[in-house]
Design a protein around this ligand. Sequence first.
Ligand code: JCF
Length: 694
Amino acid sequence: MDDLENLTKDQAEAELARLARLIAAANSAYHGADAPEISDADYDALKRRNAAIEARFPALKRADSPSERVGAPVSDGFAKVRHARPMLSLENAFDDADVADFDERVRSFLGHSGPLSYTAEPKIDGLSLALRYENGKLVQAATRGDGEVGENVTENARTIADIPQTLTGAPAVVEVRGEVYMAHADFAALNLRQAAAGEKTFANPRNAAAGSLRQLDAKITAARPLRFFAYTWGELSEPLGATQDASINRMKSLGFQVNPLTVLCHTPADLLTHYRTIEAQRATLGYDIDGVVYKVNDLALQARLGFRSTTPRWAVAHKFPAELAWTRLLAIDIQVGRTGALSPVARLQPVTVGGVVVSNATLHNEDYIAGRDSKGQPIRDGKDIRLGDWVQVYRAGDVIPKIADVDLAQRPTGATPYQMPHICPECASPAPRAEGDAVRRCTGGLICPAQGVERLKHFVSRGAFDIEGLGAKQIEMFFADAILPIKTPADIFTLASRDADNPLQKLKNREGFGETSTAKLFAAIEARRTIGLDRLIFALGIRHVGETSASLLARHYGTWANFVAHATDLADLTAIDGVGETLAESLIAAFTNPAERAAIDALVAHLTITPIAAASNDSPVAGKTVVFTGTLERMTRAEAKARAEALGAKVAGSVSAKTDILIAGPGAGSKAKEAAKLGILTIDEDAWLAMIGA
Ligand code: JCF
């Protein structure tokens, strides 16, 4: 801005006019239908230049001066929408035995031995979309997002020809769900057009579909050849049918495209036959599929089967075998994870596998490299992997590529077996391999920079604090930063005040930040000072404490104070159904380690932690601890437990003073005696079913 000193009055006037125009255009690009055209940093630079010129020539300030505009609200792209019912994922089956297991699990859960029908349909490789219709009108289209909250892409969805704008004869509320995809021919033509226009081309039809649907400008989506198959539903004011196939037929008669290869099967063998039929047609279908989805046909049975935390018990995705390619192993790098695990990563000569360029593959651990699995059994026929080897890479769906095979005939002469380092490559602490552990672990804990940064990345990740504008990239930057470092979770919550107190370089003046994005970042952090107990427990990144167990612990203990009071109590922790010794010991290790504990306490001092209410508050058993014993006659133990949990009860495995209700069937023994001794309410299965209104 050094030219400012020499600016004449006329030049200043012209410059203010130019800046007003540029800033107005940037504002409308940001808030209108167009994608932003300049970066936050450039935008802030324009505003600063405008303000500096106005300060020198106050008389020239324009009536439409950009400095008079209140900082326009910042759009984050699409608005977020909470799904009325979560959008789940599917469990995978990789071979015929997994399919037999699925059928077996369904039958055992239901205690069902008679005939059981399933639908089978191709699994479309696109992106899921939920379409909500109210009184026959399309009112909302939302992407899956994290399954709970997606993005509102209604205007874009309206441009897709396969998606009806209105429905006739539909229930008052219908949410149709399915897959947006792009056909092969349309994808090829789109890439040709993109290349001719000097625009970016897409790696595969799925990326093209995702990129096209998630355009801020619906006009761009409209010009992209997207299609849609309906295959399931969310909220409904009335059922579409009594079975999966009837519901699909109903969606078809409402005007949706449903996949023509959807069939009803009566045995697991039928499922496999249809799988082979679809597999044989895969190359000529004209769109990408990555497997076949099987679903229990009877919706009453689906309802009884219900859901695990993120997948229905009544469906499975039988995946096609992965695609393969041969390439050279150039190097093995060691990555140190959040829990200190040393993970070897293969750096490969880039190779295309199923339309995607692969240059890295996971090598899991030293046994895997040596050609053994966790039980000491040979993998790849016992062939080990050495530097310079010619290796076969495979890619299944979105999973990280792996190495399927090694060509020993092409092994470089003099290649030696790979040696895993015994010290952490990041902090030089010893990295021993504990009995029963597949990996070596760095013992540096919080002193290891790699563990520190990985823990922070986990801390800000989606199921944890999920801080907008503070992702993995920004964490790496702040972790290494000398002026405004983030080394521990607590540092995140002092970022704004440390920046305010810093007389030297403010964050907003840095390359890549600027006024707008800094204010946004601080606001996003501020918003997360209030956090749910489940997210907090998950965010701590304690080994073995995933999202499901964090939520279990949060529901069990209710408040942070109560959780902390019991987090080092092995007996109390392991009395929770679903909490095993491994998890409990890992929690205890974290909470009894002085440095870890200090870091947790320092963090919590900045937070307001919201307690977790029991899952369902209008149920008479919400928050109650129940124990089942003896034989259940009306449903299996698995179903009884899943039902009780869905109503907000905790199901324990043994009777203690904390038990509220014992449900005792025929043959009940020691548990019933123990309950009688403790004066615990004991009822039979019928009384239990009456109590839960079943
Ligand atoms: O592509 C499909 N046919 C398909 C994908 C069908 C489903 O019912 C799905 C799915 C992905 C996730 N259901 C879920 C929950």
